[in-house]
Ligand binder design. Structure first.
Ligand SMILES: NC(=O)c1ccc[n+]([C@@H]2O[C@H](COP(=O)([O-])OP(=O)(O)OC[C@H]3O[C@@H](n4cnc5c(N)ncnc54)[C@H](O)[C@@H]3O)[C@@H](O)[C@H]2O)c1
Length: 207
């Protein structure tokens, strides 16, 4: 991967990696939602970062930085001169995304990758003890509509229980700023962008 690699190349790389070998029904839901959700999420990240300005935030923990949303959030944070620590268990994401980011931002201290599972309570507390985070962007999740209907407990466990682990570690270590990305399917099939507070919620349940 060349050092001149830019965000759109990372998008293409991750998109093709994500879609490899995926069943047609999963592909359909991913195809429909990713471009529009991605756009609104990146817009949101821009807004969040403008809020970070002059707030003293310098070091951000990004959970799932090897995943689709987290790698883009990390790219944006690094471009805006923040320090980033990625925590990811690589169950779904791709370490190549992290390597691309490390090549783009090789300066010592800019980007740290920690391989860990957020369900590991002791491990998560250790990470917080050893790093002074100013904010957390929590994106680690499993995020496929079809799979969530087949194995809902796996989803509750990874999304709900593990989120509590992150929140408890934040509380214990006095980290008070959290950016959280929930489902990208809350608004159904969008007819109009961007998503605003007035956009009706039509949770997407079926394929
Ligand atoms: N993809 C989109 O367009 C989009 C849009 C809006 C919101 N979201 C939401 O953002 C979140 C992430 O979505 P994504 O598409 O980037 O997913 P993804 O599958 O690309 O990435 C998920 C990442 O989380 C990691 N992970 C999962 N469980 C973990 C755990 N227990 N500990 C540590 N790491 C773990 C995986 O290894 C992977 O790298 C989901 O909540 C999703 O609903 C996604």
């Amino acid at each position: 991967m060349k050092k001149s690699c830019c965000g759109s190349q990372i998008i293409s790389l991750l998109y093709s990696l994500e879609n490899r070998g995926k069943p047609a029904n999963e592909l359909r839901s991913v195809d429909m939602f990713i471009p529009m959700c991605m756009m609104s999420l990146l817009h949101l990240i821009s807004l969040v970062l403008s809020g970070f300005q002059n707030s003293g935030v310098t070091h951000v923990l990004v959970t799932e930085g090897a995943g689709y949303i987290g790698s883009h959030a990390t790219l944006r944070l690094l471009k805006d001169s923040y320090r980033v620590t990625i925590v990811d268990n690589l169950s779904r994401g791709n370490i190549v995304a992290v390597k691309v980011l490390q090549e783009l931002f090789p300066e010592p201290g800019r980007l740290q990758f920690i391989y860990a599972d957020l369900g590991d309570v002791k491990g998560v507390h250790k990470i917080f003890s050893e790093n002074a985070f100013d904010a957390v962007m929590h994106f680690a999740a499993v995020a496929y509509v079809g799979e969530s209907t087949l194995d809902p407990l796996k989803y509750y466990h990874n999304i709900t229980s593990n989120m509590l682990v992150v929140l408890e570690a934040m509380a214990a270590h006095n980290v008070n700023t959290l950016i959280y990305s929930n489902t990208c399917a809350t608004y159904g099939e969008l007819e109009k962008m961007p998503i605003t507070e007035a956009t009706p919620r039509v949770p997407y349940h079926g394929l």
